[in-house]
Structures are given as structure tokens and as C-alpha cells.
Design a protein around this ligand. Structure first.
Ligand SMILES: [Zn+2]
Length: 328
């Protein structure tokens, strides 16, 4: 089968053996794999978890083969899901910190930019879903980033904030915008990509402003850019008693200097979230089924597997949100 590999020379399409499902596992024929900002980061600057090898982690497809012991799925089922599932056995899982499971990498779906994709046992059991017929294959994979956004929302003191600034103009900003404006928050999006901010504004019903023109303070500032300079500016825009939320991870080794007196005397809370939990995945599942048409604008185009570099070139240039890599 054809599969995209991340290498230190960029992306390579290789001819490799089809995966075979072991006990409790299944293999899907991929219909759509979506590009995302995490993959772009891994490609451009490296990523602490996504190393060289099979690439892509957002997927939808059709069950192609089953290992022994799989329950609830059959060959031909249309499915979608997220990229990991917790083990429920490690120390962090025992404390309910399922997003920090010590065995996430063992239970990870990786390599969705390929004709066939192995789904590990724990993901089959917990975080793989039958796709309702009305949910299109190209929108279904959004469940993964959306699960991360819902996990972030669990960490956010939503009731304590009215005004929200979202830094960044990508698909994560768009998802926060849609959900927070539905919750009645006064949301402003700010970034450097005017075209994408306008698109978010039109589709999510929020306001936008150029990053250079940011002025007044906000109860909550959410960073989705992973850019330390942007975060520094964002911190200075937090109202007294407000919150700075670090959604995106900096590249390894990147540091930020904290103005401790500013943070302390203004009682600013710095919060963060990582990844998702089975609970946030279910919240995302429910939201997606009810709102997928509102999220469709995030799919900026379609490319075949052999043209995957064109999708990432667009993303690197700031053109579009997510691209659907199709495997029909
Ligand atoms: Zn665990």
C-alpha cells in the first residue's frame, strides 16, 4: 500500500506492507485523513511526540479487516475516531488524568495518510465510533482536534469570564470561537492572517482585529499560536484577576520570561491543557453530530495522497485551515 512517511527530508510516499490486525485491533481502509497544525509543526520544526515515521493522525474510513476479539465492529462499517486512548491502568489513569496516560504512545493511531490504517485495541474499545450516514467522511476526522478543544474547555473557568481574546487564526481558534460564542461570551479573534480571521468571523459570529491593533484587556486570553512573542503580548492583555490559557505547545527548548510581579499583583492565572480524554472525546462527538455543517468551512480543499505536499505548502503559507487528503 502507499503510505506517507515523515522524514528529515520532508514527506515521502512509500510502498509498504498493509498492516495486519492483532488481537483486539482492526484495520480500516482510509477514506479521508485531515491535515492539521500539529502535523504542520512536526513537518516544519519537529515535534516531541510525532517523530519520523508513518504520518497523520486524523482519519475516517471503512473497516477492512478485524483481529480476534474485536467487539462492536464488523467489516464494511464506516468509522471515525481519535488518535489515542488511555490504558486505564497506569498511575495517571488511576488519578483520572487520562490525557496524561503513560501508555498513550502504545495506544496511538499513527499513519492516517495511507491507504490502510491500524487501529490499536484500546482505541477500538474506547475512542472509535461508527459513523452516522449523515456525517461526511471529510468532516468526521475533526473529532480529534475538537476533543482537544473540549478538554481545554473543562480546564477553563468559563463562568468567571465574559470577554475572551483568542490568539491565532487557525482551525483551533475557529472551534473555540464557535463554542465560546454559543456560550454567550464576548469573543474577539486576533492573528496575522486577515483572510482567515474574516472567515472565522463570518462563520462563528465573532469579531476580529489585527494583532498589531489589539488594545484593551480581556478576562481570558487563549493562545493557539505556540509563538512565545504572541504569548508575551497576550499576557499583557489579561485583565486583573483574569486568565492566560496556553492551548498550544511551544517547540522544544523555547522558553518564556515571566513578569512575576505583574502576574502576582494582578492575580493572573496561567492555565494550560494537553490532548484529550474519553470524556472530552464524547463531548466532541455529540457536538460534531449536531454542528458538523457549521464546521465544514474548516475543510479548505481536497488533495489526493500523491499531492499531499501541496496541502502542506498551502498550510505553511497560511492558506486555508485544514485539507482533506482523500484515498478513493
Ligand atoms: Zn494510562
Amino acid at each position: 500500500m502507499r503510505a506517507v512517511y515523515l522524514t528529515n527530508r520532508g514527506l515521502e510516499i512509500r510502498e509498504v506492507e498493509e498492516p495486519k490486525p492483532g488481537y483486539g485491533e482492526l484495520v480500516i481502509r482510509v477514506k479521508v485523513a485531515l491535515t492539521d497544525g500539529t502535523d504542520l509543526k512536526a513537518l516544519l520544526r519537529g515535534h516531541p511526540i510525532l517523530r519520523e515515521g508513518p504520518f497523520g493522525h486524523e482519519y475516517s474510513g471503512i473497516v477492512y479487516s478485524l483481529g480476534e476479539g474485536v467487539e462492536g465492529f464488523g467489516v464494511g462499517d464506516e468509522v471515525f475516531g481519535v488518535n489515542t486512548a488511555p490504558c486505564f491502568k497506569c498511575e495517571n489513569c488511576m488519578r483520572g488524568k487520562f490525557n496524561l496516560c503513560e501508555n498513550l504512545k502504545k495506544n496511538m493511531v499513527i499513519g492516517s495518510y495511507a491507504e490502510y490504517l491500524l487501529i490499536p485495541q484500546q482505541v477500538v474499545k474506547i475512542n472509535l465510533f461508527k459513523k452516522p450516514p449523515e456525517l461526511p467522511f471529510h468532516i468526521a476526522p475533526i473529532i480529534e482536534p475538537l476533543s482537544c478543544v473540549f478538554h481545554a474547555l473543562e480546564k477553563l473557568p468559563i463562568d468567571d469570564v465574559d470577554s475572551v481574546l483568542i490568539l491565532g487564526s487557525g482551525s483551533i481558534s475557529a472551534m473555540f470561537s464557535i463554542i465560546l460564542s454559543k456560550l454567550g461570551k464576548d469573543v474577539l479573534v486576533s492573528g496575522r492572517n486577515e483572510e482567515k480571521m474574516k472567515t472565522i468571523s463570518e462563520n462563528a459570529g465573532v469579531k476580529w482585529v489585527k494583532f498589531e491593533n489589539l488594545g484593551k484587556g480581556f478576562d481570558l486570553v487563549i493562545d493557539t499560536t505556540a509563538n512565545s512573542d504572541v504569548v508575551k503580548t497576550g499576557l499583557n492583555l489579561v485583565n486583573k484577576g483574569g486568565y492566560l490559557f496556553l492551548f498550544a505547545g511551544f517547540k522544544e527548548g523555547e522558553r518564556i520570561f515571566l513578569d512575576q510581579p505583574f502576574i502576582h499583583y494582578n492575580e493572573i492565572q496561567i492555565l494550560t491543557s494537553f490532548h484529550h480524554t474519553p470524556i472530552s472525546v464524547r463531548k466532541a462527538y455529540n457536538f460534531l453530530l449536531q454542528n458538523f455543517r457549521k464546521l465544514e468551512f474548516l475543510i479548505s480543499g481536497f488533495y489526493r495522497l500523491e499531492d499531499i505536499n501541496l496541502a502542506f505548502e498551502n498550510m505553511a503559507k497560511g492558506k486555508g485551515f485544514k485539507y482533506a487528503i482523500t484515498l478513493d
